[in-house]
Ligand binder design. Sequence first.
Ligand code: C2E
Ligand code: MG
Ligand code: MG
Length: 596
Amino acid sequence: MLDRSQELERIALIEALNVMDPALGRSLDPVTELAAFTFGTPIALISIVDADSQWLISRVGLALQRTDRHHSICSCAIQSPGILQIEDLREDPRFSDNPLVTGPESMRFYAGAPLVTRNGIALGTLCLMDRAPRVLSDTEQRQLQTLARIVVNQMELKMSLGRRDPVSGLPNRQQFQADLSLLSHADGARHYTGVLLDVFDLQSANDAGQALGMKPVESLLRQASLRVQEMLQDQAQVYHVAATRFAFIVRDHSREQIEALMGRLRERMRRPLMVGSIPMSPQFHAGLCDFQATAEETGDLVRKCLVAMHHALQTDACLCWYSADRDAHLRRRYRLASDAARGLAQDQFSLVYQPRYDLATGQPVSAEALLRWTHPLLGPVSPGEFIPVLECTALMHTLSQWVIEHAFEQAARWQRLLPGFALSLNLSPRDFDNEQLWTGMANRLHIHGLVPSQIEVEITEGQWLHGHPAALPQLRAMAAAGVRIAIDDFGSGYSNFGYLSEVPISHIKVDQSLVTGLARSRTARLKVEAILRLAQQLGYRTVAEGVEHDSELSLLRLWGCDEAQGYHLARPMSADAVTQLVLACRAGPLADAEHE
Ligand code: C2E
Ligand code: MG
Ligand code: MG
């Protein structure tokens, strides 16, 4: 009798081999026919015994496709080491009341050869039945077993089709997944570690492929696969899961043992390999993940190893272990990216506005539109988090269009209520991929009857402008139409006034990381003063962001900074609140401009 875990493994294998596929049954029909013909029985069957039923996937002489496992003679046959032969079913108390014996079929004889796979698991039988008692000779029994082996070979061959990598000949990702799912039914108490290994930078492989053709590259991958196999001989089966990636599973190793093994593997892998006559250095980035052999954990293993391996690639580490925190972070990013479109359709996005003050007059002169997203389950999500995520997707264009439309509507209202009050909005480098960006904006400006000089576009400083051939002409067209261009977050990255001369800028916004806490940091003071002086000399208007304290404001005034924005002056607020604030400031004494 099979124990529970053996039986589960058997059922999993039936699934993995996909033996219920009708195409497999049809391809086995000639063997069934040959069996009936050779042994002269009216009935020959290939039966698969699963958890509750017996499935007759290929049949001669019987219309029945399924019976209850309870009534299955083959269910007994799969437990027997060799052929199960019942010369007369009526005489055997185990089967004398079987419906096939007592019913209209009136079966008397049964001989079943178990279909045993490479790993010793019996899936069902190739069986013969007759309406008269009979006996198979030893030779006939051996022949029946040979036919049963042909059936299993065919099943395994069919399964292995598409399960090997054509370059290395190693089992591929499909096989890896299939073997993993079998593992989940094996010994649940063992402790396993999955390893995913990237041995060659795909870009370099593509470059080499373009220059030399694919043959040398394939030879390189074969050499790499041989090295991994040699190193892991007797320890693990190696799978070739993607062009430059291999995977394997090790059992009951401590972290120290695995890391030592990976160290040795890395030493071996790093030695140059020849592509044609060029020595190439394979790389070595591995993602590792511990797991238990449960269906849930094996089902998610490849993904987790991928998370860990990408971490290794990004940090140029030799190996990284899977981290649930990092995984949660990635999943959250993915979730934001996939929920954003619905969020936009369901009005989950809104704009708030943060006033900006002229330091000479103390009056609010403009407001910056800042995007907000209240996710129905995650709550408020900061643009600092979702903008970088959406910038990697095509949705960024749609979102920016939404911002432009809503900000312009508001600007039009303010143009009526607060003459001379300007509005600035943020655009991301990604927005400039859209060559129609400015044409679309110009159209909306016109429709809302806006004065272009009352609109400011903030773009972040950085080298991105050079990588965007379409950006400069669009920025120039905006500036030519009178729209102001501001460089946001100046001083946060590799700040460089040099490239700015190419861009038609009117304002420089000094990054809040330099402004907040200015009074306490001598370095920040030196930097901000120098930036302000140079920007003024170059003819830009200067704006300080992130003003949180009065002391910062005093220093900025001293250095002649033109405008300021920050929590000390006003926090981001609703459009109506901005309107009230500006009206009050315009009506009252100038000192009122500085708000907490
Ligand atoms: P940013 O354009 O530099 O905007 C200033 C950010 O600093 C805003 O954060 C604002 O709320 C915050 N802030 C203002 N004063 C202070 C202060 O005194 N102290 C501190 N600690 N922070 C202050 P927010 O709204 O979270 O936006 C973050 C970034 O997200 C923005 O930085 C901008 O790069 C981006 N962003 C926001 N809205 C949009 C949008 O509509 N489109 C695009 N492309 N990016 C946007
Ligand atoms: Mg900004
Ligand atoms: Mg900024």
